[in-house]
Write a protein that binds this ligand. Structure first.
Ligand code: ZN
Length: 197
């Protein structure tokens, strides 16, 4: 049913498919900014992994979504999709542990992506989008709807976990910086193993 080619204009539809993939190529490699020469930082390699994961996600859509067609609603769906790989217990309102920072026992509430992970992810992808040729004006990661969604996630998780969001005071801990805010690489490894279930 989704196959339009059955309809009639055979040759012209195949040429429009080519045009679409050509568009896609325009958005691909651009010379990296002069700075990132030697070895990529942890942030840079995480950003690249995130970008690949997002691209994979778009390609797994039916029908696949090209980068030029990508808008904020794809980003929102992507974030919801990532919840299945989350490691943060978020209690529902019906759960006896709702609002307790340290629950006394197990419960059936789902694991989700922590707000901080999503927030950091969106920041990396927003940068990656523009580094990969996307224009600032159309950057779906910078869309106001994303900010609203993240704020809702933050507030609802804070309530569910009984932890009000506060800006962290910067403490000096040399090795244990903001790593736990990012997604672990195993999360992404998993995702690549099982695309679009
Ligand atoms: Zn619970």
């Amino acid at each position: 049913m989704l196959n339009d080619r059955v309809g009639g204009e055979g040759s012209s539809s195949s040429s429009s498919a080519q045009a679409a993939s050509a568009d896609h190529h325009q958005l691909e490699p651009q010379p990296p900014p002069a700075a990132a020469a030697a070895q990529p930082s942890r942030y840079e390699s995480q950003k690249r992994r995130d970008w690949n994961t997002f691209g994979q996600y778009l390609r797994n859509q039916r029908p696949p979504v090209g980068l030029p067609q990508c808008n904020y609603s794809h980003v929102l769906e992507f974030m919801r999709y990532l919840d299945q790989f989350g490691k943060t217990k978020v209690h529902g309102q019906g759960c006896p542990f709702f609002g307790q920072p340290e629950p006394a026992g197990p419960c059936a509430c789902p694991l989700r992506q922590a707000w901080g992970s999503l927030d950091a992810l969106v920041g990396r992808l927003r940068a990656a989008y523009e580094e990969n040729g996307g224009s600032q004006e159309t950057n779906p990661f910078a869309n106001g709807a994303i900010r609203v969604y993240l704020r809702e996630v933050r507030d609802s998780q804070a309530k569910a976990r009984g932890i009000p969001y506060k800006k962290k005071k910067k403490r000096r801990k040399p090795n244990n910086s903001s790593n736990d805010q990012g997604m672990s690489s195993t999360t992404f490894h998993q995702m690549h193993q099982s695309p679009g279930v």
